[in-house]
Design a binder for this molecule. Structure first.
Ligand SMILES: C[S@@+](CC[C@H](N)C(=O)[O-])C[C@H]1O[C@@H](n2cnc3c(N)ncnc32)[C@H](O)[C@@H]1O
Ligand code: SF4
Length: 410
């Protein structure tokens, strides 16, 4: 998988598998844990960085979770030392996910001082009763306070995550949360409809008939989201993602798009004008089928068509690295057509869709040949639009992007 002779991979994800407490809906691999295990994880992560460093020249770094902001100052300092040792600092975009309950001014300043320039904060709702319903560890007041703290520490690129169609959420409550979140003026907004993941308390409650899913209300909330976000000056560039344009970010994007050539077959395309300047570059690389290394328990990597997955067990992950082994549980090499199908499906989540020429350059396959019938059927349903240059989902199609994308898998 490592390729020391070719261009290096420009995207790095690090999974931090710890949370203060587990939310009722969440199936990401994470657990409430002791300080000892976190220390052991930090040391093991440094070893994993060394294993992949020679294949990496990160233009985007994303620490997700879990709750990366749960780590204390000393643990973060150790992580930055490890990143420096492995020459992984200096990315154009460096994001850290935060929970509002674990943001302090000292920590925010430390992150900013070491090159973190984007924060993604999980808010979910600004309604106390719904925060409680979701099992969130923070109050609405902590969201406002943490946002101020991030600004005070110098963060000029902040994303807020919200969720909608939460059981018990009324349209009025959703409008209120949206209005208050938008009033904060973050540069980026991600809004997810609740997914009922197996093995979560919310899924069990649904199965037990404690509430019902209301699809019409979820559709109405999505429409409200798109209208309000756009009215507040954010531009939608993906099913769930909205961002602002900002002059200050121009240089960042120009250098990123030139540098992000990590693979002979799957180079990342230049940004489309419909992509806002403060869009998340790290996620755009996922949606465009670019390569990335993923470190940490449960993390997935996708490098030159090979997908690997790390053990979803922090103890085992640490043991493997302490013994000098790779912490990889599985490896899968996708045939070229399957790879192109996945790339097509992911890319359709973006408002700009796929320019035919770009898709062919990246995957070696032509959407107009292999997927002609699938594109026709989506256009007939009103879910997609086709021009001589590109294929993209309409706003109605974006609402059903998962179903539309499935047609492209091979
Ligand atoms: C991995 S979490 C990271 C944020 C941080 N851990 C927090 O929750 O404060 C990323 C985001 O995924 C979304 N998410 C997680 N589980 C979800 C689910 N079952 N349905 C919809 N969105 C979900 C939430 O909006 C969450 O903020
Ligand atoms: S949503 Fe965030 S804080 Fe809640 S359990 Fe998942 S990763 Fe942890």
């Amino acid at each position: 998988m490592l390729n020391p002779c070719g261009p290096r991979v420009s995207s790095l994800y690090v999974h931090v598998p710890f949370c203060a407490q587990k939310c009722a809906y969440c199936a990401f691999y994470s657990e409430a844990s002791s300080g000892d295990l976190i220390n052991r994880y930090v040391a093991a992560l440094g070893r994993e960085m060394e294993q992949v460093a020679r294949d990496l020249q990160p233009q985007t770094v994303f620490f997700g979770g879990g709750t990366p902001s749960l780590l204390n100052l000393r643990q973060w300092e150790e992580i930055f030392c490890a990143l420096e040792r492995s020459k992984l600092l200096g990315a154009e975009e460096f994001t850290v996910e935060c929970n509002p309950a674990t943001v302090s001014l000292d920590k925010a300043r430390l992150l900013r001082a070491h090159g973190v320039n984007r924060i993604s904060m999980g808010v979910q709702s600004l309604d106390e009763a719904l925060l409680d319903r979701l099992g969130r560890v923070h109050t609405r007041a902590m969201v406002f306070k943490s946002f101020d703290t991030l600004r005070q520490a110098g963060f000029e690129n902040v994303n807020l995550d919200l969720m909608f169609a939460i059981p018990g959420q009324t349209m009025a409550a959703w409008r209120q949360t949206l209005a208050e979140a938008l009033a904060l003026g973050s540069e980026h907004l991600s809004c997810y409809e609740v997914i009922y993941e197996e093995d979560t308390p919310l899924f069990t409650q649904l199965q037990a008939g404690e509430f019902a899913v209301d699809e019409d209300s979820a559709c109405a909330m999505y429409e409200e989201l798109v209208a309000c976000a756009c009215a507040a000056g954010l531009r939608q560039y993906e099913v769930a993602n909205f961002a602002r344009d900002s002059r200050g970010a121009k240089g960042v994007l120009a250098s990123w798009s030139n540098a992000n050539r990590d693979d002979h077959h799957f180079t990342t395309p230049p940004l489309h004008p419909s992509i806002p300047l403060l869009a998340c570059q790290h996620n755009i690389n996922y949606w465009r089928g670019g390569s990335f290394h993923g470190l940490g328990p449960s993390a997935t990597s996708y490098v030159r068509g090979v997908r690997t997955k790390n053990w979803s067990n922090t103890q085992l992950y640490c043991e493997q690295l302490e013994q000098g082994k790779r912490p990889v549980e599985s490896r899968e090499e996708l045939p070229l057509l399957a790879r192109a199908g996945e790339t097509a499906a992911f890319g359709l989540r973006m408002v700009s869709g796929w320019p035919f020429g770009e898709f062919k350059r990246m995957t070696g396959h032509d959407l107009r040949e292999e997927w002609a019938a699938d594109m026709d059927s989506l256009v007939q349903r009103g879910w997609a639009a086709r021009s001589p240059e590109r294929f993209r989902l309409t706003s109605e199609g974006l609402r059903f992007a998962d179903a539309a994308a499935e047609l492209f898998l091979r």
